[in-house]
Design a protein around this ligand. Structure first.
Ligand code: SF4
Length: 491
């Protein structure tokens, strides 16, 4: 999972891209980068938080009215500055690119691009595959003096990506002296939203981002989500063109609503906050059905993603909502910290139980999801250490028992607790008195019941194994898992 933003404006864009990255920081805390374009690319990338990478001096070099920014959260590759995005190539024209997603057939395409085109790609930077497929086609059309207009050439080049690349990808690109190119994979798995504002000279400025939280602060209005399989080209002089090249079943990631996106985001016409409230309501119903006589004294969210679901569940059950676990706001989100060791260590630094809220109470903890089980186990232990009489644990997400190959760090079955244990075994492992998981149908209903959207059924492959892109069967899953283990072993 990553955050990506692109702005094409009548004025310099660097500071607005920086602001956007601050708003997208939750989507990736490993590395960040900005590339802007005047008559050349200006680049600054680094490892760590956005606020630590950019300063007055390096920002002052990022000239130009068009630019791309990226916050990185590695699902593959390393934790080095070299793997940070955006990246760029000089042929043809000069093309810079950044993406949010994950490619299923990266390995095969990397090999093929080398064997057929003599292009060496760094195996850990998968956006290079998309960049070189796109650039290769565009160069082929350019060198043939192709007479079709530039937008047609863009469409043919994006089509090359759509035909060849399997997986999830929302891409923002810019081409020197040409403009900005934006596209989203034909299933629309990863989000990408567009905003527009009118500049002082009456022309339009455009912003594209994984989430629209920053739009209001920068004066942009949300116009639409980039459609699955759509390509948008905005030329330097502001001419806007778009086309849907290839559209398959619309399958946005359901985990964005469970965990990743900010609650203030509306993604693909569904409010993340409202969907989380509905998750809480359906959990309350499930609890009442299963344990009508067992009502806790307080309901505490494992902050902060599950706050909304916990407040709705408390309301439905008529139980007091409590912020009995205080979250230190200066510690990063544990789920996206690289490596098990730092993840385990950071939970106690991140959360502090409030003794008065917990002692001698029957406590229900609402967590957004249980992936590896370590966080839940630690939280239950902390609450017990502070004197809870009983601890019930409720997961707003169904058991996650399959890896994600579309951009979220849900790596291999061996690491997923629900892939290896029954619900009762998980309960015992995390030492809760009771444990329930959201039903998958209820989760889907929570996301899709409201909103003027056209999502029939989101991607929930990590919960039901129904992979929609990349023809993932048992054999391929095994190969992809082995390749992930190998990548991590050599880092
Ligand atoms: Fe999202 Fe899970 Fe699908 Fe990955 S597999 S895109 S995390 S719903």
């Amino acid at each position: 999972m990553c955050g990506v933003v692109g702005i094409i404006s009548q004025n310099p864009v660097a500071s607005e891209i920086y602001d956007s990255l601050i708003y997208l920081q939750h989507r990736g805390q490993d590395a960040a980068g900005i590339v802007t374009c005047s008559n050349q690319f200006h680049t600054k990338k680094g490892v760590g938080y956005v606020r630590d990478i950019f300063d007055e001096i390096n920002m002052s070099r990022l000239n130009g009215n068009i630019g791309i920014g990226h916050t990185r959260y590695p699902t593959s590759g390393s934790y080095n500055k070299e793997d940070a995005q955006p990246i760029w190539t000089g042929v043809p024209y000069g093309i810079a690119m950044a993406h949010n997603g994950n490619l299923v057939n990266k390995k095969e395409l990397t090999k093929e691009l080398y064997q057929k085109g003599g292009r060496f790609l760094n195996p850990s930077i998968e956006i290079e595959v998309i960049l070189h497929l796109f650039a290769g086609k565009l160069e082929e059309l350019r060198s043939k003096n192709n007479s079709t207009n530039f937008f047609n050439q863009i469409c043919q080049s994006v089509n090359e990506v759509f035909e060849r690349v399997e997986g999830a990808y929302s891409v923002i690109s810019m081409i020197i002296s040409k403009g900005m190119v934006v596209f989203r994979d034909p299933h629309g798995i990863r989000p990408l939203t567009k905003g527009v504002r009118t500049a002082e000279n009456g022309k339009k400025d455009y912003i594209f981002a994984s989430e629209p939280a920053v739009f209001y602060a920068l004066g942009y209005k949300i116009e639409k989500d980039v459609a699955p399989g759509e390509v948008i080209y905005i030329s330097e002089d502001g001419n806007y063109q778009s086309k849907i090249l290839k559209s398959k079943k619309f399958k946005p990631c359901i985990f964005e609503y469970v965990y990743f996106a900010r609650p203030d985001a509306t993604l693909d016409d569904v409010s993340v906050y409202r969907s989380r409230l509905r998750m809480g309501k359906s959990l309350a119903k499930l609890w009442k059905d299963r344990y009508p006589d067992l009502i806790p004294d307080i309901i505490i969210p494992a902050p902060a993603t599950s706050n909304s679901a916990a407040s709705a569940m408390a309301n439905e059950l008529g139980v007091r909502y409590s912020e009995g676990l205080y979250k230190n706001p200066f510690i990063g989100r544990t789920f996206i910290m690289p490596g098990q060791k730092s993840r385990k260590k950071s939970i106690r630094y991140k959360l502090v139980p409030i003794s008065y809220e917990i002692k001698n109470k029957i406590v229900m903890i609402i967590d957004d999801s249980i992936v590896r089980g370590n966080t839940s186990k630690e939280i239950v232990k902390m609450v017990r250490d502070f004197g809870a009489k009983k601890v019930y644990l409720v997961s707003a997400c169904p058991p996650i028992n399959h890896p994600c190959f579309y951009g979220v760090d849900i790596p291999t079955r061996s690491e997923l607790i629900a892939s290896n244990k029954t619900v009762e075994e998980i309960r015992k492992y995390i030492n809760a008195d009771l444990l329930i998981f959201q039903e998958l149908d209820d989760l889907i209903d929570s996301v899709t019941r409201r909103g003027n959207h056209n999502i029939e059924k989101p991607c929930s492959a990590c919960m039901d194994g129904n992979y929609i892109a990349g023809n993932i069967n048992q054999q391929r899953m095994l190969e992809l898992e082995q390749s992930r283990n190998h990548e991590r072993a050599i880092l």
